[in-house]
Design a protein around this ligand. Structure first.
Ligand code: 5GP
Ligand code: ZN
Length: 148
């Protein structure tokens, strides 16, 4: 049940972590955001950054809180890279169930990366890619721009 006042959802695991009901290895906290280690890390140091309020998807976050959320990410990414002594991170959001989002509370994955970890770029997620014509690209660009 989502609570309109507090933007908290009782049955949400990340809301319960934010509330301290479920323990987490918290690495960062401010008024608007929390960062903690992923319980099933893809690489050592895999960290999740969440807004404290419950929003399911990126576009559900009000603009001011979205800025705060990005501010937290901006702090956490270099700290993770430094702590794990890695040259890079993959920073990713599974934004919606069809994209693989399992916990319906916005979270950015910060995954420490190294050149020899064998995981590849996010482009490696897609085997079959479209081969659009210029006209199709023009259409899709116009369609997106019309909504902005
Ligand atoms: P998603 O697939 O929704 O993008 O990712 C959810 C992530 O949350 C997964 O990587 C999973 O390991 C992590 N996760 C799920 N439950 C818990 C939990 O109770 N504690 C922590 N720290 N991470 C969790
Ligand atoms: Zn939540």
């Amino acid at each position: 049940m989502a609570d309109a006042e507090t933007h908290m959802s009782d049955d949400c695991i990340f809301c319960r972590i934010v509330d301290g009901e479920i323990p987490s290895r918290t690495v960062y906290e401010d008024d608007a955001a929390l960062a903690f280690l992923d319980a099933n890390p893809l690489t050592m140091g895999h960290t999740l950054v969440v807004p404290k309020d419950h929003y399911e998807r990126l576009d559900d976050i009000p603009a001011a809180e979205a800025t705060d959320f990005y501010g937290a990410l901006h702090e956490v990414v270099p700290a993770v890279e430094d702590a794990l002594d890695v040259p890079a991170t993959t920073v990713a959001v599974n934004n919606g169930e069809a994209a693989g989002q399992e916990v319906p509370h916005v979270h950015a994955h910060v995954v420490p990366r190294s050149a020899d970890d064998g995981a590849g770029p996010i482009h490696a997620l897609f085997d079959a890619r479209p081969d659009p014509s210029d006209a199709e690209l023009d259409d899709v660009a116009e369609s997106i721009a019309d909504r902005l």
